[in-house]
Write a protein that binds this ligand. Structure first.
Ligand code: NAD
Length: 549
């Protein structure tokens, strides 16, 4: 059965109040064909990250949200609605737990066994917590990462440099635009022509080459002319990257965003895209061995570029871990992107703050863009981002915006948006959320918490405390997931979303949540011994009992 889902727009309510209407619209928005990678399978992004377990659960969640009162809470267990309880109006309207497994059982084969029994679902990060906003959601983080690479190694700009990467999926599709926004040239290897076409359509990718020779010609010319350009090439990264190395193409930066976190979502060499799903379903063990071997070849080529002097990093998809299992002993010779570029931002509670206009009207996002520029006039990189995003980002589904804000900033934006709803400057409420990839909401030793100063990489108390403090502070929905980004057994993370419905109560909740949530990032990094985090806590008044005398 094929079903098309799209969020309602405008000011008429389907649910009983805006708090649950917002959850309903964002849940449906995650499955909008403009937003989701495979909506017919309820898959939103990131390999198999889903919004609901199955279509019966989809209908159950829709029913639950539509009938929910202002003092009730819907419980969702791995994409299935399992209960409604009377709580109170400060409590979240929805509590979500996705893909969580007890430690010793937290492996892909066991997860798949349970999934096949219909008992669980992979929620990725924002798929199962209903705050995915399309590729823009990762764009600014990707843009900031490449800006940090430029600053570290290329004098502040990627002009005249060539970045080679792979994966043009929901997240990976942001890479080409992030590189060209930094004035560089990007060559992106993608095995599925349909994915590449989609990125051209949404203006994330400039063009697709006819073949590898053509791709090399286009990118080397653009690099020589110091002209920003992104080119997609259809092929398998485990074959194309070694070939680029063999041909001696001068590459400055190498990374990857294929879905390497799930060996069944990485295409092994010698397998056709059309045979992928069937082969992976029928022979998962054999497929896993082959994809790990291919990942080892892929990483070997990355190491070749590293040895030749290129800037090489893992872009948060577990490629190094899987390649190591495939026999590549040097896989961890290059770093993950968080320790390499992002951790100083995390020390300030910075992370991917995002919001979506429930009206469906792009003018509402334009109004919030103006409000952000007025709120933070001294922040030049924010101003540059908001201007570029306004010009270059095509909305997918409900209009939305993302930008990185830190402790002491996010609540100002949230409270202002709520006032704009109240005054009628915005035509309908907005939701304000974030990725789980944030400063204090995730334990992920191959990504966000790789190489922590005190060795606390695998300590997962922090995301649990994060979910609890957001629940206690008045978030509209809160989630705890396992395995997002890097796969089963490798991460635990939490999310929160607030609804700015223009009421005084919403204003008070938003003020607390958007203070305490990034505050978790500051205290997590203070605790790990980061000096910058201690400074931020001192300057901005974050209380840390162990630092008080
Ligand atoms: P996706 O599943 O939507 O896309 C993955 C793409 O890789 C697909 O288009 C697929 O065809 C392609 N691919 C798979 N194997 C390939 C191969 N051998 N050669 C060439 N192309 C191949 O996933 P996504 O949402 O784009 O996420 C990509 C990865 O990045 C995931 O592992 C995800 O967990 C991770 N991720 C990273 C961040 C970050 O901040 N760095 C954030 C979210 C997700």
């Amino acid at each position: 059965m094929s079903r098309t889902v799209r969020a309602a727009r405008g000011t008429a309510l389907t649910a009983k109040n805006w708090q649950s209407e917002a959850a309903l619209r964002m849940f449906h928005n995650n499955l909008d064909p403009e937003v989701a990678e495979r909506p017919q399978d309820l898959v939103v992004y990131g390999g198999t990250g889903k919004a609901a377990r199955d279509w019966a659960s989809f209908d159950g969640i829709t029913r639950g949200l539509t009938t929910l009162d202002e003092d009730e809470t819907l419980l969702v267990q791995s994409g299935k609605p399992v209960g409604v309880f009377r709580t109170h109006e400060w409590a979240p309207r929805v509590l979500i737990a996705n893909s969580n497994l007890v430690g010793d059982w937290a492996t892909w084969p066991e997860f798949r066994r349970l999934e096949q029994l219909g008992l669980t679902m992979y929620g990725q990060m924002t798929a199962g917590s209903w705050i995915y906003i399309g590729t823009q959601g990762i764009l600014q983080g990707t843009y900031e990462t490449f800006a940090a690479v430029a600053k570290k190694k290329f004098g502040g700009s990627l002009k005249g440099t060539l970045t080679v990467t792979a994966g043009l999926g929901g997240m990976g599709g942001a890479q080409p635009l992030a590189v060209t926004m930094n004035d560089g040239v990007a060559l992106v290897i993608e095995c599925d022509p349909e994915r590449a076409r989609r990125r051209v359509e949404t203006r994330y990718l400039d063009e697709v080459a006819d073949d590898l020779d053509d791709a090399i010609r286009r990118v080397t010319t653009a690099k020589k002319d110091k002209r920003a350009l992104s080119v997609g090439v259809i092929g398998n990264a485990a074959e194309v990257l070694p070939e680029l190395l063999r041909r001696g193409v001068e590459v400055d930066i190498v990374t990857d965003q294929t879905s390497a976190h799930d060996p069944l979502a990485y295409l092994p060499k010698g397998v056709a895209v059309d045979d992928w799903a069937d082969y992976a379903a029928k022979k998962p063990d054999e497929f896993t061995d082959r994809s790990r071997e291919s990942m080892a070849d892929h990483v070997d080529a990355m190491l070749g570029f590293l040895d030749a002097g290129a800037e090489v990093f893992d872009y948060g998809n577990s490629l190094r871990g899987e390649a190591k299992l495939g026999g590549c002993d040097r896989a961890f010779d290059f770093p993950g992107f968080v320790p390499a570029y992002i951790r100083p931002l995390f020390c300030e509670g910075q992370g991917p703050f995002r919001w979506a206009a429930l009206s469906g009207d792009p003018a509402d996002i334009a109004a919030t863009d103006r409000a952000m520029l007025e709120l933070f006039p001294e922040n030049e990189s924010l101003a540059r981002w908001i201007r570029l995003a306004g010009e270059r980002v095509a909305f997918q589904g409900l209009p939305a915006r993302i930008c990185w804000l830190g402790y002491g900033e996010r609540h100002l934006a949230g409270v202002r948006f709520n006032e704009m709803v109240a005054s009628g400057e915005l035509t309908a409420p907005v939701v304000i959320g974030r990725d789980h990839l944030d400063s204090g909401s995730v334990a992920s030793p191959y990504r966000e918490t790789e190489g922590m100063a005190d060795g606390s990489d695998a300590i997962a108390d922090w995301p649990l405390l994060n979910a609890m403090v957001n629940t206690a502070s008045g978030a509209s929905w809160v989630s705890i997931h396992h395995g997002g980004g890097v796969g089963m057994g490798r991460s635990i993370h939490a999310g929160q979303v607030c609804v700015a419905d223009g009421t005084e109560l919403a204003g008070r909740k938003i003020e607390r949540v958007l203070t305490n949530d990034p505050g978790m990032g500051v205290i997590r990094h203070v605790d790990a011994g980061y000096e910058r985090a201690a400074e931020v806590a001192g300057e901005r008044g974050v209380r840390v009992p162990m630092k008080e005398t």
